[in-house]
Design a protein around this ligand. Structure first.
Ligand SMILES: C[S@@+](CC[C@H](N)C(=O)[O-])C[C@H]1O[C@@H](n2cnc3c(N)ncnc32)[C@H](O)[C@@H]1O
Length: 313
């Protein structure tokens, strides 16, 4: 199969999907729901704001628009909870027991998404910290910057939360692994388990040049998740909000089968063109050194983390 792209609303599609079809999910959903609607994308393109905040340039850097989750009303937050609950309810039967779900979130809205998954029957297994230094947040009060030079309204974002969930097992982990090939995560090597802090990067320009999606995630990060998601290296990975297909490209690069669902025709078209190109990229951060050198991998990761911490000071 390799990969399959389907233009559809994911909830409707999942409600008709055969039970026990997928072995893992890696996805980056629309956190505020409306940011990928035509009207909002048009405002973004015209630099007119809406849910897409056009941040002022910072220290000589032009910052890309990012969705402004703090302006959601109580009703919109309620809609968001309902949407993710229905999504999780539709998704659960489509997964085999023990399938893992990696789901991107924002620090402001992650609790809503994660609670909805829990309420629908997923087990919460932890959280992945994607260490990424963005230019998001950290601004002084708008139009009063000079008056309050030592104030920032929100923290400067240095990480992105990814919820880690699992469909309940059938029996013990070992039983589930034998029967469904799922239930655990793939180690980087015998001596190195999968780590829940992943030093990452902003999506490189060469990837953005291939896929001009506003929320494109980097291959270096997605390939690590895809590798971890199938504990025995067997099965099919689903991305129900696949945008320009970066998850499918990561799966393709690792030789895994995958399926992507995307509501917008323009992004499906973008994904069709982008996946082979993104998959063909040689990405320095993956495979990690630990895949070849047991035990040293963890040391390399920690060294990287310490180096990053120095940068954040
Ligand atoms: C945050 S983006 C994902 C981008 C992706 N990470 C990438 O690298 O290209 C979320 C995507 O979900 C799509 N989407 C929104 N609601 C959807 C729905 N109900 N079903 C399927 N796709 C949907 C949006 O059009 C958008 O492309």
């Amino acid at each position: 199969m390799a990969y399959e792209l389907i233009q559809s609303d994911c909830i409707s599609w999942l409600r008709q999907c055969a039970p026990n079809t997928f072995h893992a999910v890696i996805t980056d959903p629309p956190f505020a729901l409306k940011e990928f609607e035509d009207a909002e994308l048009e405002k973004r393109a015209n630099g007119k704001g809406g849910v897409w905040r056009i941040p002022p340039s910072f220290d000589g850097h032009q910052r890309a628009p990012s969705p402004r989750f703090t302006i959601l009303s109580r009703e919109e937050i309620q809609e968001l909870k309902t949407f993710f609950f229905h999504f999780a309810q539709a998704l659960l039967p489509a997964l085999v027991p023990g399938a893992h779900l990696f789901i991107a979130a924002s620090t402001q809205l992650s609790y809503l998404v994660f609670n909805a998954l829990d309420a629908a029957g997923f087990e919460r297994r932890g959280e992945i910290v994607r260490l990424v230094r963005t230019l998001r947040g950290g601004d002084r009060p708008k139009n009063a910057e000079a008056e309050f030079p030592l104030v920032c309204v929100t923290p400067r974002s240095c990480w992105e939360p990814w919820g880690l969930f699992r469909k309940p097992l059938e029996g013990r982990v070992q039983d589930n692994l034998r029967c469904w090939k799922t239930g655990g995560l793939r180690r980087l090597s015998e001596g190195t388990p999968f780590l829940d802090v992943i030093p990452s990067e902003r999506t490189p320009a060469r990837e953005r040049a291939i896929a001009a999606h506003p929320s494109l995630k980097p291959q270096s990060f997605l390939r690590q998740l895809a590798y971890a998601a199938l504990p025995l290296g067997e099965g099919t990975i689903l991305d129900p909000f696949c945008g320009s297909g970066s998850t499918l490209a990561a799966c393709e690069a690792l030789g895994y089968d995958s399926v992507g669902l995307e509501r917008r025709a323009d992004y499906v078209q973008m994904a069709q063109e982008a996946i082979p190109k993104l998959a063909a990229l040689v990405v320095p951060a993956f495979p990690p050194p630990s895949a070849c050198v047991p035990a040293e991998g963890e040391i390399a990761q920690l060294a990287f983390l310490l180096e990053q911490r120095e940068t954040y000071k």
